[in-house]
Structure formats: C-alpha cells, structure tokens
Design a protein around this ligand. Structure first.
Ligand code: DX5
Ligand code: ZN
Length: 215
C-alpha cells in the first residue's frame, strides 16, 4: 500500500477551518483526521458531531475520525451519519470491541482500532481480519504538538510482523509527534498511514511538508 498523509485538523485555525482543510487536501493529504475528545477518556475536550457535519461539506478526501471517548459505541451512528468514512476507537475504551466494529460496519464505514502507547499490540490480535485499520498511538492521546515516543517503534514492527504472518495487509496508522524525521522511522517499522497535525499546519510550505512524510 502507498503511504497516506492524514492531516490532523486539531492544529488547524478553527476560524478558518474550511480554508485549512482545502489547503491540506491541495498539499496532498488524502485523509483528514478528526480528533474527538470527551474530557474523560483523555484530559482534553476538542469538538464533535456538529463540527464534523460542517467539515464533511467542505472536505472531498476521506474523513478519518479518531474517537478518544469513553463509550464510543454510543456515538457510532451519529458520526457515521454526519460524514465519517473511517471511525477509529480505542481498545481501552469501555465499549465492547467486537460490537463496536460491527456497529461501524453496519453503517458501511471502515473500522479502526487504536492502542495507547502502553497497551501491547497483542491485544489487537483477536480483531485481525475484522478491523480495517489499526492505529498505534505514538504519543499519549489528548494533545497535539507532543514529542514522539520512540519506544512505540518496536510495537509498530511487532504488529506488522504479526499481520504479515497471518497473510494480512491491514494498514497501520500512527498518530502523534510525526514529522520528517519520525516519519522515516515509522515507515521503516511498517506504518502506512501517517497522521500529522502540528508539523503540517505549522509548516511554511505544507506541500513540501507532505512530501517529507510520504514522498
Ligand atoms: C492526539 C491526537 C493527534 C494529534 C496529533 O491525541 O490524536 O491526532 O492531533 O498532533 P501532532 O501531529 O501535533 O502530534
Ligand atoms: Zn488522532
């Protein structure tokens, strides 16, 4: 699979969100990453369904929704009906993992399962062949602009090897602290979909920055 850059709009200018989404798409980001935080699962609050609805009218690329919320299954329908193409939730959440994947699929959407930096990737194994994407967090979820946790590189490589040994090519997404330097490392370890927020939206030339991630 070709590498994909997913622009995390958590670092966009919210007063000019439509403009920033267009800018990310024109710069070569094929996914727009939408971080939902509830202030309970993570110590921060971001934005939710009404904002996604507006974003979906502007975005032409894939809407990649990352739910950092306590009970994601309760909100699958609302996110699915308001523009999400991929819905990723955390295995550490309170929702049943099988049921949540099935709920996402019942709306015709792709299901991603995420692990925090301290959760072993072996916990994902029961969902091999069922999930459409696995997200290995490379920072503690909750905030943009944090430093990459280098210990997560081994987890990416381990997950890649586990998938390969089962003949699966389910894509691995990484999220947090991705820049030109860490992008090279995560790709080498086996990640295909690279989420980046502060690096892309802080770049003087976003087109050039996307190239450093996936070029
Ligand atoms: C963190 C979010 C990320 C965040 C990444 O909890 O899930 O998507 O926006 O931001 P950067 O790329 O700045 O680390
Ligand atoms: Zn995210």
């Amino acid at each position: 699979m070709e590498n994909i850059a997913s622009a995390s709009i958590l670092s966009a200018d919210f007063c000019n969100l439509g403009r920033d989404i267009k800018k990310a798409e024109e710069a070569g980001c094929h996914y727009i990453h939408f971080d939902v935080m509830d202030g309970v699962f993570v110590p921060n609050i971001s934005y939710g369904i009404p904002v996604l609805k507006s974003v979906s009218k502007v975005a032409s690329e894939t809407l990649d929704v990352h739910l950092m919320i306590t009970d994601p299954i309760k909100f699958v329908k609302a996110f699915a009906e308001n523009g999400a193409d991929i819905i990723t939730f955390h295995i550490e959440s309170e929702s049943d993992t099988d049921e949540t994947v099935n709920a996402i699929h019942s709306f015709g959407k792709k299901a991603g399962i995420a692990v925090k930096p301290n959760t072993p990737v072996s916990e994902l194994e029961p969902y091999f062949g069922m999930a459409d994407m696995f997200l290995v967090m490379t920072v503690e979820p909750g905030f943009g602009g944090q430093g990459f946790i280098y210990e997560t590189l081994d987890k990416i490589a381990e997950l890649k090897a586990m998938l390969k040994s089962r003949g699966l090519d389910t894509p691995i997404q990484v999220d947090g602290g991705i820049n030109a330097e860490t992008a090279a490392l995560v790709k080498k370890a086996g990640a295909e979909i690279l989420v980046a927020g502060s690096y892309l939206f802080g770049a003087e030339d976003m087109f050039a920055a996307v190239k450093t991630l996936i070029g």
